[in-house]
Design a protein around this ligand. Structure first.
Ligand SMILES: *[C@@H]1O[C@H](CO)[C@@H](O)[C@H](O)[C@H]1NC(C)=O
Ligand SMILES: *[C@@H]1O[C@H](CO)[C@@H](O)[C@H](O)[C@H]1NC(C)=O
Ligand SMILES: *[C@@H]1O[C@H](CO)[C@@H](O)[C@H](O)[C@H]1NC(C)=O
Ligand SMILES: [Zn+2]
Length: 273
């Protein structure tokens, strides 16, 4: 446990530091080689579907469970705050036909869990629904990051992977929270992108990419909100600094690409449907 927390800290440093207390924008490791290969295969299938006009746009309905866990009852997130966070998340995905439904809220006072310790114990107690259902845990601390989330994987109900599935988000990043400039609830939107199978837009830098064709390659994560940025000048397109899967300030991130939405649907069919 101590070892993995240490690794998370080091990953945070290598991704560059945010301005606030050396907290990393996202604790997600690079996706495994296996998952990147799956993504590359899906990319080929999606392109064929597009070329042959086979693409039928579908919509998705996902039940979401929110869990607030804190060291004391007065620092638990309130219903109005959780609803505001849900509305942000629901709008950000809803405009692309991914319809989220808030299916439940749980509130737990537990100092150990609120520090991101004994995650498996916590999630085994609290996780709701099946592998189709999204669980988001809002904690007082997320191991030195603003959030972290699991990628889709082949799993069976009741396994450790099944229980660990879901997103963990620092409670102070919700709308009206204290984590300026990450206080508009976009950390949740970013983390849920990972849950759906999306990688960072700067994954693998200029020569790799995120396996999504319409997000230009990007060498480094974006901080703040620059007017523009082009870290792979030899490749077409400027850095997708307004994309939810970059690291920009909350007010600066506001879009997914069509390719990312298609990827979400492909991943859903393969892993969660
Ligand atoms: C999960 O299972 C699917 C279907 O059998 C397979 O195509 C995919 O490669 C597997 N994913 C991983 C990461 O092993
Ligand atoms: C979520 O799961 C917990 C633990 O199994 C259960 O007590 C609770 O009723 C569930 N909540 C909902 C809304 O299904
Ligand atoms: C709080 O967390 C500890 C450590 O995982 C666990 O043993 C305990 O049962 C939890 N308490 C409650 C009330 O859930
Ligand atoms: Zn991330």
């Amino acid at each position: 446990m101590h070892f993995s927390l240490l690794l998370l800290g080091v990953a945070g440093l290598s991704h560059g530091l945010s301005t606030n207390n050396h907290v990393s924008r996202c604790g997600n490791p690079e996706p495994s080689i296996g998952l990147q290969e799956v993504s590359r295969r899906l990319s080929v299938e999606e392109n064929q579907a597009r070329v042959f006009g086979l693409y039928t746009k579908t919509t998705l309905a996902v039940d979401v469970y929110f869990h607030t866990i804190s060291a004391s009852s007065d620092t638990l997130l309130s219903d109005p705050t959780l609803n505001e966070q849900f509305n942000i998340l629901s709008q950000d995905y809803g405009v692309y036909g991914i319809n989220l439904n808030l299916a439940g809220i749980s509130k737990t006072v537990n100092a150990t869990w609120s520090r991101f310790e004994d995650q498996l114990g916590m999630k085994t107690q609290l996780r709701n629904g099946t592998y189709k259902d999204l669980n988001i845990y809002f904690l007082d601390s997320v191991g030195g990051a603003y959030g972290v989330c699991t990628y889709p994987l082949n799993t069976t109900a009741g396994s450790t992977d099944f229980y660990l599935d879901g997103c963990t988000v620092l409670a102070t990043t919700v709308p009206g929270g204290t984590e300026k400039p990450y206080d508009l609830g976009k950390t949740a939107t970013h983390e849920v992108g990972h849950w759906f199978g999306l990688f960072h837009t700067f994954n693998n830098g200029c020569n790799g990419g995120d396996e999504v064709d319409d997000t230009p390659p990007q060498a480094t994560a974006t901080y703040g909100c620059p007017a523009s940025k082009d870290t792979c000048p030899d490749k077409p397109g400027e850095d997708p600094i307004h994309n939810y899967m970059d690291y920009s300030d909350d007010e600066c991130m506001y879009e997914f690409t069509e390719g990312q939405i298609n990827r979400i649907l492909s991943f859903w069919t393969l892993y969660r449907s």
